[in-house]
Design a protein around this ligand. Structure first.
Ligand SMILES: Nc1ncnc2c1ncn2[C@@H]1O[C@H](COP(=O)(O)OP(=O)(O)OP(=O)(O)O)[C@@H](O)[C@H]1O
Ligand SMILES: [Mg+2]
Length: 376
């Protein structure tokens, strides 16, 4: 009821009347209020566009509240123009009351937010952080590159060490056979046999350097079909004499063919490494046994066992690690079993070592049986 009375004009005089309808005063008020109102109304539009584009803004609700407050302010100035001619003082007061509520709410909301607003990072600070991040990323990339280089060098070191090592093994066979030929020069058959062995071993050494060159040229491995027993047989003939008289060499080769798809040079190097290890483990003599057999339809194996010193669990655990050796400096480089391991990995096979102190060692290489394709 009261509200109705306030809103109805009840014979009040319009505001222009107070100004005595002086055109100058009237227009001064009208133009000023109109400009203020338009400016006020434009601000919420700016804020709306801002909020629409920046949906991530944290205090969006505060911006909306502020927009309501500003709109209400604009409306009061429109009313100021209206009341010059129409005495709608009730409606004008009501809009002022709404503005008052909005202003109080906005002020109340803004004060507690002040610390947070102050803490917002400035564009300069953000730029600095961005710059630091870029520098850090560049630094990391540089360090990664350095690490890659170091790893490459290490890999090259291992590779050359490994090849030199295998080459040495063959060289020992060549020298052993030449020595044998020299000693047995009065027994031509024996001397000729030893020389033939030396020649064959030299050819293998040439094969090894070929392998190194192939690696340098990034050629793939020479994987071909071979018979496991056949390779073992040939190699045994070659190494038998160099093992020394105190070691008995026994072969247990499968009669059935055992086809495998491997790089022959690598398998031979692995078998020589295993034979040399077995020899070193039997300084007072013993038996070295080379066995080939089929595991099942899909797999075949070649095993080198000895009746030597054997390995304790700690040695067994680390035996295939590159450069791990228990031999005195100058005697072992620790690259033998790591070559064997590397070969088996590449061939997609399995390497198992069974050994205990005083009970000898048994190293088994299990390979997939070559299923189809031609023999070489
Ligand atoms: N048949 C074996 N009997 C006892 N110990 C073995 C046997 N084979 C390997 N080992 C142990 O494993 C270690 C590592 O062998 P690996 O062939 O890798 O290196 P190495 O024989 O010490 O040196 P390299 O072969 O480079 O001359 C050996 O030092 C030895 O302790
Ligand atoms: Mg060795």
């Amino acid at each position: 009821m009261r509200l109705y009375q306030i809103l109805t004009m009840r014979g009040l005089a319009p505001h222009g009347y107070c100004l005595l309808w002086d055109p100058l005063l009237i227009w001064l008020h009208v133009i000023s209020d109109a400009i203020i109102a338009l400016s006020y109304f434009s601000i919420p539009v700016v804020l709306a566009v801002f909020l629409k584009r920046r949906r991530d803004v944290e205090f969006g609700w505060l911006v909306s509240l502020f927009a309501i407050f500003i709109t209400a302010c604009g409306a009061t100035h429109v009313m100021s123009i209206l009341v010059l001619w129409v005495p709608a003082y009730g409606a004008e007061g009501l809009i002022k009351a709404i503005t008052a509520v909005a202003s109080v709410l906005t002020a109340l909301a803004m004060w507690p937010l002040l610390p947070k607003l102050i803490a917002l990072p400035s564009p300069r600070l953000l730029q600095q952080i961005n710059h630091d991040l870029h520098r850090e990323a560049a630094e990391r990339a540089r360090m990664e590159e350095q690490l890659r280089q170091a790893q490459k060098l290490e890999a090259i070191g291992q590779l050359t060490g490994g090849i030199a090592h295998d080459f040495n093994n063959i060289l020992a066979i060549v020298m052993g056979n030449i020595e044998r030929a020299t000693l047995g020069i009065d027994k031509p058959d024996r001397a000729l046999g030893a020389l033939a062995n030396a020649m064959e071993a030299s050819q293998r050494a040439a094969g090894l350097t070929e392998q190194l060159l192939a690696f340098a040229r990034k050629q793939p491995l020479q994987v071909q079909r071979h018979d496991l027993s056949h390779i073992a047989e040939e190699l045994v003939r070659l190494i038998a004499l160099t093992l020394g008289e105190h070691i008995v060499l026994v072969t247990q080769l499968s009669k059935a063919p055992l086809p495998v798809d491997i790089d022959r040079q690598q398998l031979e190097a692995a078998l020589i490494n295993l034979a040399v290890n077995a020899r070193d483990a039997m300084p007072d003599g013993g038996t070295l046994t080379i066995t080939t057999d089929e595991v099942d339809q899909g797999e075949v194996l070649i095993m080198v066992s000895d009746s030597g010193t054997g390995m304790d669990s700690r040695t067994l655990e680390r035996a295939t690690e590159p450069f791990f050796t228990t031999k005195p400096v100058g005697r072992g480089s620790g690259l033998g079993l790591s070559q064997v391991y590397g070969f088996v990995q590449e061939a997609g096979g399995r390497l198992t070592i069974a050994s205990a102190p005083g009970e000898g060692s048994r190293v088994t290489i299990t390979l997939a049986r070559g299923q189809s394709g031609a023999w070489t």
